[in-house]
Design a protein around this ligand. Structure first.
Ligand SMILES: NC(=O)c1ccc[n+]([C@@H]2O[C@H](COP(=O)([O-])OP(=O)(O)OC[C@H]3O[C@@H](n4cnc5c(N)ncnc54)[C@H](OP(=O)(O)O)[C@@H]3O)[C@@H](O)[C@H]2O)c1
Ligand SMILES: *[C@@H]1O[C@H](CO)[C@@H](O)[C@H](O)[C@H]1NC(C)=O
Ligand SMILES: *[C@@H]1O[C@H](CO)[C@@H](O)[C@H](O)[C@H]1NC(C)=O
Length: 318
């Protein structure tokens, strides 16, 4: 009996230790209001993007849900308006897997919206397949689409008093690498179409986010716009929707035991978007609402510059 109790107690202690050390995130606390400010959140019909948009709406911002699926986006607009009591929440179509769609979105936005204070590059996915322009899906959506979007909107952000760009990266960037030769040959950072290849491609694209943020910060020096990237924590969302059965069997129990909910997942995004006084940390990487150091690759300025130049070429900006 006492042996059983000890085993149970040890199990519980191990669980709490793992949970509090690895999975529990921090809360962002602030009563900043956003009346009169405009924010774009990409991929905000579900998951972390939706809870982020909800919080910004509750603070009084005008919030644009930049999403690819009309029906899901309208449902999210409805939910957010109802719960926040803010009617200035609207949907604009954006499919990051298509340069044409990104350009159309930017054009529509710039024509109809006079200001932009916050750009939250949140959309992301783990899947194989190709974008409309032939790039690997993770690289194309998580990196290139957001790259083009950010550059097209940058001038409007510069007109804001303190514009910010926030990039939702992921801790998995640490497993990422960038092979420019492969990118040239294959329009992707991996070869192969299995879920594990897709996961590698995801890690690579998240390294791109970290590097992009670094280079963008350099290029924004002297303007009032700052930018940040972050790891949101390990969050139970739809991000694993393309997993096979085997992977799901592994991950679903884990997620029930350990993962944070989507509201918890929005906290560091909100911190980067709203915390006062972090402007001098532009270009840096955060998690659990705090500055974190990055790996050597994530700090490689030459790599960041090269990625920028290659991305400009791939997006046909030069
Ligand atoms: N969950 C985690 O543990 C975790 C950890 C680290 C980082 N992240 C990052 O957090 C961000 C949000 O992920 P999540 O966990 O909230 O995932 P999610 O629930 O799957 O939400 C992803 C969102 O991105 C949208 N999206 C995907 N492809 C798009 C495209 N081509 N154009 C426009 N929107 C697109 C999705 O729209 P549809 O619904 O139409 O597909 C959805 O709204 C991602 O960048 C992810 O990498 C998540
Ligand atoms: C986030 O990363 C994407 C892809 O790397 C980039 O295009 C986007 O503009 C970045 N935003 C910031 C704040 O760096
Ligand atoms: C940039 O910030 C400074 C200091 O806060 C402010 O005085 C100035 O008006 C800002 N620039 C723009 C374009 O709003």
């Amino acid at each position: 009996m006492s042996l059983l109790l000890s085993v149970l107690a040890a199990g519980l202690a191990a669980y709490l230790l793992i949970y509090y050390c690895l999975f529990k995130g921090a809360r962002f606390k602030s009563n900043t209001t956003l009346k009169g400010k405009t924010a774009i959140v990409t991929g905000s019909n579900t998951g972390i993007g939706k809870t982020t948009a909800m919080d910004l709406a509750k603070r009084g911002a005008r919030v644009i849900l930049a999403c690819r699926n009309h029906q899901k986006a309208e449902a999210a607009v409805y939910d957010i308006r109802r719960e926040s009591g803010n009617s200035e929440v609207l949907y604009m179509h954006l499919d990051l897997a298509s340069f044409k769609s990104v350009r159309n979105f930017a054009e529509t936005f710039l024509k109809s919206e006079p200001r932009l204070d916050l750009l939250i590059n949140n959309a992301g996915l783990i899947t194989s397949g190709r974008t409309e322009d032939g790039f690997g899906m993770a690289f194309g959506v998580n990196h290139l689409g957001h790259f083009l979007l950010t550059l097209l909107l940058l001038d409007r952000l510069k007109e804001a008093e303190h514009g910010r760009v926030v990039n939702v990266s992921a801790l998995l960037y640490r497993l990422g690498s960038i092979d420019f030769n492969l990118l040239n040959k294959n329009k992707d950072l991996v070869t192969g179409q299995t879920y594990w290849h897709a996961l590698r491609a995801y890690c690579n694209s998240k390294l791109c986010n970290v590097l992009f943020t670094r280079e963008l910060a350099n290029r924004l020096d002297g303007t009032n716009v700052t930018c940040y990237c972050l790891h949101p924590g390990v969050i139970a969302t739809e991000i694993g929707r393309n997993m096979g059965l085997l992977q799901k069997l592994l991950f679903v129990p884990m997620s029930k035991l350990f993962f944070m909910d989507a509201e918890g997942g929005a906290q560091t995004t909100l911190y980067c978007a709203l915390q006062e006084g972090i402007e001098t940390l532009s270009g840096r990487y955060f998690s659990s609402c705090a500055l974190q150091s990055v790996s050597d690759l994530g700090r490689d300025d030459a790599l960041a510059r090269k990625l920028w130049e290659v991305s400009e070429r791939l997006c046909e900006l030069v």
